[in-house]
Design a protein around this ligand. Structure first.
Ligand SMILES: C[S@@+](CC[C@H](N)C(=O)[O-])C[C@H]1O[C@@H](n2cnc3c(N)ncnc32)[C@H](O)[C@@H]1O
Length: 400
């Protein structure tokens, strides 16, 4: 369902998913637990935000003094540049109260909000002291205007447009700044992202991984009934949805990533595992990689010295002191664990034994197992040899 919601987001080019306060606070708390001065005397840029109501702006403005910030900069993207057209758009009251308010400008210009001093002289710096003006342009993060703000900042924190995640990551990495951004778990294996995770230049955030994240959506936006219900169950009733595969990508330190996984030996897994495909069965070797197949992260055997193919969800538990990441299947990310076989002379078959018409070349570089579980498509060659591909795998081994 979560995947469906995300692909729907893609179909309608809807990037309007607004992060809830609690999710921002939880993640920032994890950084603060690790280093209480992490944001002290720092400038934080929140691009891709609508500062009038963004919870990123609210969180950092409200906590300006507690965090010891030097400056907060928050920018928004112009209404008319957004792909999703809000019906009956109206400028906010907040905007209209400013003497420089101009309805036409509000449609085509981005806005910048800054906070760095006690503008209302009430003795504290907080959300009441935010100052705003129109940007020169529409607030596109790729513009020179926003790039200059990026270069001024120490931290870039946001939930960027899902449809531009690759570009956004490239934009951040080019800046060499500290960052925390929300993305889709699928981005883990993007060829632009995975090498960064492998090199420990980027890692997963401390919270929200593999659990539902709720997002606000524009009033009246189409949300699948199930997602609306799930959001409501989590306490968010109305214009909210939930996405099950959102997560944080960051290069800010937190404690979770230094907690090693507690694991059983191979023999104990075979004896006691709660997973039917491990207990009494053991571990299969891939047909085309020199590695064993690990169906579940908690079934990684702690005494195995070779290469293991683990699910993508491993990244939420990855501790760089415990494991080394060697690569991932497909997308050219497995040089250290090369595939040893191609399947161009195989055919793809449906579970009912009927050919799909596709060549086995389709499963080259997947992690393939000699099996037919009767549930998924399989591949067969002229000698009747059968293989099936596992879901995408990350290759890891224990650090010595
Ligand atoms: C996923 S939403 C998140 C908004 C906000 N960061 C939050 O979490 O509440 C991403 C926002 O980025 C805006 N956006 C889309 N393309 C953009 C671009 N090229 N530059 C800046 N913002 C953009 C979208 O209109 C949308 O409002």
């Amino acid at each position: 369902m979560a995947n469906k919601a995300l692909s729907k987001a893609k179909d309608t080019k809807n990037d309007e998913f607004y992060t809830i306060y609690a999710d921002i606070e939880k993640e920032m708390n994890a950084y603060l637990e690790y280093d209480e001065d992490v944001f002290r005397n720092k400038t934080i840029l929140l691009p891709c935000d609508d500062p009038e109501w963004s919870n990123f702006t609210r969180y950092f403005a409200q906590n300006f003094e507690k965090l010891g910030l030097k400056k907060l900069i928050s920018t928004s993207y112009a209404i008319e540049s957004k792909k999703y057209k809000v019906k009956d758009w109206q400028p906010t009251l907040f905007e209209q109260q400013a003497p420089w308010f101009d309805v036409d400008k509000s449609k085509i210009k981005g806005k910048i909000f800054t906070l760095d001093h006690d503008t209302n002289r009430n003795g504290r710096i907080d959300i009441e002291d935010l100052e705003w003006k129109y940007l020169e342009g529409d607030g596109d993060f790729c513009s020179d205007e926003i790039k200059r703000l990026r270069d001024e900042a120490d931290y870039i924190i946001t939930n960027p447009p899902f449809s531009l995640f690759r570009d956004f990551m490239a934009w951040i990495m080019e800046s060499k700044k500290k960052f925390a951004v929300i993305g889709n778990m699928n981005a883990i294996t993007y060829k632009e992202v995975f090498p960064l995770l492998m090199a420990n230049k980027v890692w997963m955030g401390a919270t929200g991984f593999m659990s539902d994240m709720v997002f606000a959506v524009p009033k009246g936006a189409v949300v699948a009934a199930k997602d609306r219900e799930k959001a409501a169950k989590l306490g968010y009733v109305g214009d909210y949805t939930r996405l099950g595969n959102s997560c944080w990508f960051t290069n800010i330190e937190h404690g979770r990533r230094h907690q090693p996984l507690s694991l059983m030996t191979e023999a104990d897994n075979i004896k006691f595992s709660k997973h039917k495909d491990v207990k009494g069965v053991g571990y299969k070797k891939y047909d085309n990689y020199n590695a064993i197949h690990i169906p579940w992260v908690d079934s990684i055997p702690c005494d195995f010295n070779g290469v293991m193919g683990v699910p993508i969800s491993f990244m939420g538990k990855y501790c760089p002191e415990q494991f080394e990441i060697l690569g991932a299947t497909q997308r050219g990310c497995h040089d250290a664990v090369p595939d040893t076989k191609k399947y161009d002379d195989y055919w793809e078959m449906k579970p009912n034994g009927k050919p799909t018409g596709s060549s086995g070349g389709k499963t080259n570089e997947n992690a393939n197992l000699v099996q037919n579980d009767g549930k998924k498509n399989y591949f067969v060659n002229k000698n009747g040899r059968i293989i099936q591909s596992a879901y995408q795998r990350i290759f890891v081994k224990f650090k010595k």
